[in-house]
Design a protein around this ligand. Structure first.
Ligand code: PLP
Length: 273
């Protein structure tokens, strides 16, 4: 397995990042997960734009997006696999213990892991913790992900694959690694970005292609929605068949099934929409 580090490809076994990397010590970094089917990254331009936006949001040095693009191409070429997840990690770089980030440059790592297609439907839970829509990290894809890790572990304990958060004012927000959509009276709605959710790339494409509306939704909309679905880079559009103890029999329902079809078709025809 080859990864990209320090400006070139390296064997994973020999690749080393400093123990004083600010990404490791304080979670001072940003990242992207990009799907690569047969070595072709999907929606890479949107991912690179978001990486740069997140880096700016954290005050990291501007990433060299040409290098990131070259790194992605080199890593998928060096590690052929049918369905991969490229992980781009960009951190504040080496910063001795006890000091601020300062001007220590940055660390860029691009790695690839094998993945598989997700089932058409899944179970989700809601969690009692909130997303802070007014926090410094709202909407940024930062490596400070421990809250998501904890919530996802709770979901797995309950036989679900995703945990959904409300924000501080009780509105539906997003999952640990996905955006959420609900169907009400045949119309598709998803929380707006000011709710504190990540501006998901799959969310944006699915909303554009299905005509979904951005709507502030209370968390309890999940108790009455006709259909619920998730979007993310690795799930694409995925129906939800259970929310907590509420079963949604027949998922994917007709609106979700149509959204799944539209997404597969459009994404299959355009690698960099
Ligand atoms: N929300 C969070 C917190 C995420 O980590 C992700 C996954 O990257 C998403 C939403 C979905 O975003 P995307 O469709 O760009 O993968």
């Amino acid at each position: 397995m080859k990864i990209w580090l320090d400006g070139g490809l390296q064997d994973i076994e020999g690749a080393r990042v400093s123990v004083f990397d600010h990404g490791l010590t304080v979670g001072d970094g940003v990242f992207e997960t990009v799907k690569a089917a047969d070595g072709r990254p999907f929606a890479l331009t949107r991912h690179l734009d978001r990486l740069a936006r997140s880096a700016r949001g954290l005050g990291l040095p501007e990433p060299d997006l040409d290098e990131v693009r070259r790194a992605c191409a080199a890593v998928v070429d060096a590690n052929p696999m049918p369905l991969g997840r490229l992980r781009i990690t960009y951190t504040g770089g080496v910063s001795p213990l006890g000091s601020d980030r300062g001007d220590h440059g940055a660390t860029l790592v691009v790695a690839l892991g094998e993945t598989s297609r997700r089932p058409d439907s899944t179970a989700v839970i809601t969690v009692p913790w909130t997303r802070n829509e007014r926090g410094a990290l709202a909407g940024l894809k930062a490596t400070s992900y421990a809250e998501n890790v904890v919530a996802l572990a709770r979901a797995h304990e309950q036989g679900a694959s995703e945990a959904l958060f409300a924000n501080t004012v009780g509105q539906l927000c997003e999952g640990t690694g996905s955006n959420v959509f609900v169907v009400l009276d045949g119309e598709i709605h998803t929380p707006p970005v000011p709710s504190g959710c990540l501006a998901g790339i799959t969310r944006a494409l699915a909303a554009e292609w299905t005509g979904a509306r951005e709507t502030d939704l209370p968390l309890d909309v999940l108790e009455r929605a006709d259909e619920v679905f998730l979007t993310s880079t690795l799930r694409d559009v995925q129906a939800v068949h259970r929310v907590d103890s509420r079963e949604l029999p027949g998922a994917p329902g007709p609106v979700t099934a149509k959204a799944m079809r539209i997404f597969q078709e459009r994404a299959g025809n355009d690698l960099d929409p």
